[in-house]
Ligand binder design. Structure first.
Ligand code: G6P
Ligand code: MN
Length: 441
């Protein structure tokens, strides 16, 4: 049986540890020959890398494992490159969230003004990285879940139009499916969703029981009304994530037709989101005080002890598991269903062909085959056309070095929606992103 070579870009990320453990747990389903971590931040990655050396020595000794800051070493001979880079790191995420909030605009890493600021940074770095990957590994599958995935996907579509081995993915739709299984008391793999939208802006129109064919959405609506909505792994989540999932109930009271993606709340209730945010302690601060500290403390403990001890547990990591399942679907031509970000080409019949949309796809060795949803109704169409226009204008701004296009992207965005505010927040963010954004003139 062929063994695969995998590289993780963003080796020093707080999510990498979960991947390392999942590669051990899933080594039968997805046998690895070689795993390389790549990061431009040598110090950050070193801790995770040293943890990895101990983990694999004890749990997966036949694996060739290394970590590097050299692109050639990282990419050569790779079958899959998992991309989870965070351009500008968590300190810039904090600025993406704090600056808009200081003007009473939503402060979120992937949508609104902050999402667009992050978007311009990510587009610069992702395009550079994918060109480097193609230099050393022309055939590798690039599995991208770097954020903001919608904007990154649009930029990669334009930069690499003929490249059929770049796949853009987000874990949030599957996370919502997993939450539904918690409410229904079934396994999430028994659920067969129908979904449409853009990344971080979509809806489930059906949730079929894979075994009986029953559409469980009506039952789910009732259960959400009675019990609220929690992440599948609620016990491991920070308070802000519980709030985020809780808003699903609110959204379903106002718009009961479909089950929303948790991120729709930013588009539907921007004022409420601003009013309930602390401009001095946003999600970025919560991550730096929480997950980041926990992950690096765990690495240090294991490195000092020189052994894993009881630090290898069997708690599955949904995010890592999903990305590995995606690689498995491609590697073994499984044609499993995954919710992926793909060029529309009629999947949502009444949206433009070149929009990057998020829909259920069958995924195999030949890439994703999107499953069409037909025409969507005016309310959803209006929301999506507005958002996709903002995203496309932002990518135009990158390619044309155009301040004007960026201003249009910001003005059109529902989370800003005012030209004077758009100009002001754009100018503030441009100042803070000097050297990380394309130069806008
Ligand atoms: C979800 C989203 C990801 C995002 C992550 C942020 O999983 O789908 O796109 O990166 O949340 O999580 P964090 O815990 O860093 O706020
Ligand atoms: Mn996401």
């Amino acid at each position: 049986m062929k063994k695969f070579n995998v590289c993780i870009v963003g080796g020093g990320s707080t999510f990498t540890l979960g991947f390392l453990k999942s590669f051990v747990r899933m080594r039968k389903e997805f046998p690895l020959q070689k795993l390389v971590l790549f990061d431009i931040d040598e110090k950050r990655q070193e801790l995770v890398g040293k943890f990895g050396e101990i983990l694999f020595k004890e749990q997966f000794p036949e694996l060739e494992f290394s970590y590097t800051t050299d692109a050639k070493e990282a990419y050569e001979d790779m079958d899959f490159v998992f991309m989870q880079m965070r351009s500008g790191g968590l300190p810039m995420r904090a600025k993406d969230e704090h600056i808009p909030l200081s003007m009473n605009l939503v402060g979120q890493e992937t949508c609104g003004a902050g999402g667009m600021a992050y978007g311009l940074r990510s587009v610069v770095d992702m395009i550079k990285a994918v060109h480097e990957i193609r230099k050393y590994a022309p055939e590798a599958w690039v599995l991208n879940y770097s954020n903001p995935a919608a904007i990154v996907a649009e930029a990669l579509r334009r930069e690499f139009p003929k490249d059929k081995r770049i796949l853009n993915i987000c874990d949030q739709p599957e996370n919502v499916v997993r939450s539904c299984s918690r409410l229904l008391g079934c396994s999430w793999e028994d659920l067969d969703p129908v979904y449409f939208g853009l990344n971080h802006n979509g809806w489930f129109t059906h949730m079929y029981d894979r075994n009986t064919g029953e559409d469980l959405l009506p039952k789910l609506k009732k259960l959400i009304k009675e019990n609220g909505f929690l992440p599948q792994d609620a016990e491991q989540r920070d308070p802000s994530w519980l709030d985020t999932y809780g808003m699903v109930e609110t959204m379903m009271n106002d718009f009961p037709e479909y089950l929303p993606n948790t991120y729709d709340q930013y588009y539907l209730y921007p004022e409420y989101k601003v009013a309930t945010s602390d401009p001095n302690f946003t999600r970025a601060d919560e991550v730096m005080a929480g997950r980041e500290k926990r992950v690096f403390a765990e690495c240090k403990e294991v490195i000092e002890a020189g052994t894993l001890g009881d630090k290898f547990d069997d708690i599955s990591d949904a995010h890592a598991e999903m990305m590995i399942e995606v690689a498995i679907a491609i590697a073994y031509n499984k044609n499993d269903r995954h919710i992926l970000i793909v060029e529309n080409n009629g999947a949502i019949a009444n949206m433009q062909d070149d929009a990057m949309v998020e829909v259920v796809c069958e995924l195999g060795a030949n890439g994703p085959r999107p499953m069409g949803v037909g025409n969507i109704s005016q309310f959803y169409l209006g929301l999506l056309v507005n958002q996709v226009s903002s995203e496309k204008l932002l990518v135009d701004a990158y390619y044309e070095n155009s301040y004007q296009k960026a201003l249009e992207a910001f003005t059109l965005n529902r989370l800003i929606n005012d030209a004077k505010k758009a100009r002001k927040v754009l100018d503030l963010l441009m100042e803070e992103n000097k050297g990380m954004w394309p130069e806008l003139r």
